[in-house]
Ligand binder design. Structure first.
Ligand SMILES: [Zn+2]
Ligand SMILES: [Zn+2]
Length: 288
């Protein structure tokens, strides 16, 4: 809730006229309690989860009955022999949406005091594009590093048997399988996602954008497709679908490719050896 009764008061406090974005933010958030603004993350997450994987899922399902293995879409599928049924897609979507609602929903309600304590702000001025971009880069790096170690811990025998095996049910993942996991894993992996904003506090709009970006990144990584013109291919050290697909393909025994955003942690800690060997063998096969 903003501490100004009118737009004129807000402009006076800023010492200048509000930008169009600030006027829109004022119009939307002035009378909404900060706790509810924070909880917007739950519907935002569900909308992103529902819509972002949909185009590829529809294309994949449309071509499932296509006996022609060289159909355009399957040319770019990382595991073209695996064809999931519409029922499998629907079960994954419904199970995940239920887990997200029942875990992230209550977590958002109780974690607001922490967000307030670390300094997630809702007021004016809005952050500049440069400030948002710099913070998002920091969040990606923090998430990548902490997420690497949490994922590695989830691959200990206890972590895998009790929690992480659920996420690995899909040995050939697709977008809807990105957050498909045990409820405890959804909560555990919230820690690296929240750590960045806790270290470098941001505006609520950046906080929302960060979670949208993080979910889209996870959906891309689990898409099961590697398109040559995917813009993420131009991001240095970005792992992408191919890198994480290998982790799912190898399954429970996988001690390779724990990173889910960049590739440098796996390189630094030597957990990409199997993957590099696999890629080198594929390269040799192509030459022969
Ligand atoms: Zn794993
Ligand atoms: Zn995964």
């Amino acid at each position: 809730m903003l501490p100004y009764a009118t737009a004129a008061e807000a402009a006076a406090a800023l010492g200048r006229a509000m930008t169009a974005a600030e006027a829109a933010w004022f119009g939307y958030s002035a009378a909404v309690p900060d706790r509810w603004l924070y909880c917007h993350n739950v519907p935002i997450l569900l909308v992103v989860y529902t819509l972002a994987p949909l185009p590829l899922a529809l294309l994949e399902l449309r071509s499932t009955g296509d006996a022609n293995a060289s159909s355009l879409i399957h040319k770019y599928k990382l595991q073209p022999r695996v064809r999931l049924s519409p029922a499998a897609f629907l079960r994954c979507y419904l199970d995940t949406a239920r887990v997200l609602l029942l875990s992230v929903g209550p977590l958002s309600l109780v974690s607001y005091p922490v967000a307030e304590m670390v300094g997630i702000r809702t007021g004016l001025p809005l952050p500049s594009v440069g400030e948002m971009a710099a913070q998002l880069v920091v969040y990606l790096l923090v998430e990548d590093y902490l997420g690497y170690w949490m994922h590695r811990l989830l691959h200990t025998k206890w972590g895998y048997d009790k929690i992480h095996h659920v996420h690995h049910e899909f040995t050939a993942p697709m977008g809807y399988a990105a957050p498909y996991a045990h409820w405890a894993e959804v909560l555990i992996l919230g820690v690296p996602a929240f750590a960045g904003p806790a270290i470098v506090p941001c505006h609520m709009t950046t906080f929302w954008l960060w979670f949208v970006l993080r979910h889209i990144e996870a959906i891309d990584t689990h898409s099961g497709f590697s398109f040559p013109l995917n813009p993420t291919k131009f991001i240095p050290f970005y792992g992408g679908a191919e890198h994480h697909d290998y982790h799912h393909r190898v399954g429970g025994q996988s001690q390779s490719n724990f990173s889910t955003i960049f590739t440098f942690c796996d390189y630094l800690y030597g957990t990409d050896k199997g993957y590099r060997y696999h890629k080198a063998s594929l390269g040799k096969e192509m030459i022969e």
